[in-house]
Design a protein around this ligand. Structure first.
Ligand SMILES: Cc1cc2nc3c(=O)[nH]c(=O)nc-3n(C[C@H](O)[C@H](O)[C@H](O)COP(=O)(O)OP(=O)(O)OC[C@H]3O[C@@H](n4cnc5c(N)ncnc54)[C@H](O)[C@@H]3O)c2cc1C
Length: 419
């Protein structure tokens, strides 16, 4: 069996297959599992990157029927049951696609080159480095007021959970922490701008939680703009559809997402966001030996598509393991049924929103506390949990973030070259 992607779904599947009478090969382009929901905390200096990167080989240490290969899967060929990874072609009996999702720049001119996506740990580290570099550059250019404005304006595109979390955390980084590090800068001029094309933030939450989110961000100083799409981006500005121009050196892209699917060498039907269509058993319609799970799969529950969050991926990873075991024993696979535990987003200190069990809305301090508790519980590695807790306490009690180093070896590309 081959499993592509050691994210939430893939890793859960391998663990649940530990007693299967089969050899399992897990492939990922990184040799660590990324706890994606806390990427924004790396990007805003809350925590060290290592705390949300769990070594895959360590996770597999006691799973004796599983092996790991660090490689990029380029192609899958369900007709002759092969995949190609790093140029090598391998055969499989069963294949699980759990390769997650990636940024979709929605055809916006300049967005792939000049905006910062937040999908991988590398993205988060590059973004943190860039944000901190903006402040260092601003200190060197105190007399150049237009450059100061550009360097100290941070634009976030997309008002979903990632955009909201990033906006709140960045605002706090600047006004609680960097304000003490850069006394020579007039940080009253710094701006965090959140751009949303629609009329609400957190579109899938109830109205009163959406309103609470906007109010909280605005009270903390984030500038929230609605009903205007980004038309174009460059290294120095964002242009909106109504021709508004915002001068900035930092555009953070959280607006679009699509499945991250290795190139299929056969006809694999896809739905919206390039997600692979699957049957209710999570198998591909034409290929009963191929499953797709997590963000890469288009799965409906009660006639509505699942939204693409970690609990869905985890439950599908468990289901695929069960179905594979059933297939090995000659039984037919079972239909997947999602148990909605709920979803959560953090807005800023003491403020979060939760939709418990998919229907009980909670906001404010309780929502915030529950977000912290849930994420700490699911974070892989006991020592990581303690270290993250320590970093959170430091931020909460002393208004100080753990990480503020600018690492010069992080390669500069078109986005990170500050003018
Ligand atoms: C910034 C951000 C914040 C989020 N916050 C939350 C949250 O608070 N709560 C929540 O429930 N959900 C959150 N989500 C959504 C959640 O992270 C995803 O739904 C979940 O990660 C999906 O799990 P997965 O296993 O399908 O994919 P992933 O966890 O993304 O794993 C996919 C794996 O496949 C690997 N891979 C991809 N392509 C290839 C290839 N071609 N070859 C080899 N390896 C490959 C990747 O390296 C990765 O390790 C967030 C997402 C983002 C981007």
């Amino acid at each position: 069996m081959v499993i592509v992607g050691a994210g939430f779904a893939g890793l859960r599947a391998v663990k649940r297959l530990s007693d299967a009478d089969a050899e399992v090969l897990l492939i990922d382009r990184y040799n660590y599992h990324t706890f994606i929901p806390m990427l924004y905390q790396v990007a805003t200096g809350f925590i060290e990157p290592e705390l949300i990167a769990y070594p895959i080989r360590k996770a597999l240490r006691n799973i004796f029927n599983a092996d790991f290969l660090m490689a990029e899967v380029e192609q899958i060929n369900p007709d002759n049951k092969t995949i190609t990874a790093d140029g090598r072609t391998m055969t499989y009996d069963y294949l699980v696609l759990s390769s997650g999702s990636q940024a979709n720049f929605l055809g916006v001119s300049g967005a792939p080159q000049f905006t910062f996506p937040l999908r991988t740990l590398d993205n988060a580290i590059v973004l943190r480095n860039h944000i901190l570099s903006c402040f260092e550059q601003a200190v060197k250019n105190l007399e150049n007021s237009s450059l100061q404005e550009q360097l100290l304006t941070f634009v976030i595109v997309g008002g979903g959970p990632t955009g909201v979390e990033m906006a709140g955390a960045l605002q706090e980084l600047i006004y609680d922490c960097l304000v003490k590090d850069y006394p020579q800068l007039d940080l009253e001029r710094a701006k965090v701008i959140l751009l949303q094309s629609g009329s609400d933030l957190l579109a899938s939450y109830p109205k009163h939680l959406q309103k609470y989110t906007v109010r909280t961000l605005r009270d903390r100083g984030v500038k929230v703009h609605f009903n205007n799409r980004v038309k174009e981006t460059s290294s120095t500005e964002v242009v909106l559809e109504d021709e508004t121009r915002i001068t900035t050196a930092t555009i953070i892209w959280t607006a679009g997402v699509e499945a991250s699917l290795p190139k299929p060498q056969a006809e694999v039907s896809t739905a919206s966001k390039n997600k692979v269509e699957v049957q209710d058993t999570l198998q591909l319609p034409k290929y009963p030996h191929v499953y797709a799970v997590g963000d890469v799969a288009y799965v409906e529950q009660d006639g509505k598509p699942l939204v693409g969050i970690a609990p869905e991926a985890l439950q599908q990873g468990g289901m695929v393991a069960e179905n594979l075991q059933r297939q090995l024993k000659g039984k037919s696979p079972k239909a997947f049924n999602y148990f909605n535990k709920g979803r959560a987003a953090i807005i800023a200190r003491n403020a979060g929103v939760i939709l418990l069990l998919g229907k009980i809305p909670l906001g404010g301090f309780l929502g915030w506390l529950m977000w912290l508790g849930i994420h700490l519980y699911y974070l892989p590695g006991l020592s990581n949990r303690f270290k993250v807790l320590g970093a959170w306490l430091k931020d909460y009690l002393r208004r100080d973030r753990s990480v503020r180093q600018v690492y010069t070896m992080i390669s500069a590309d078109s986005r990170t070259q500050l003018k």
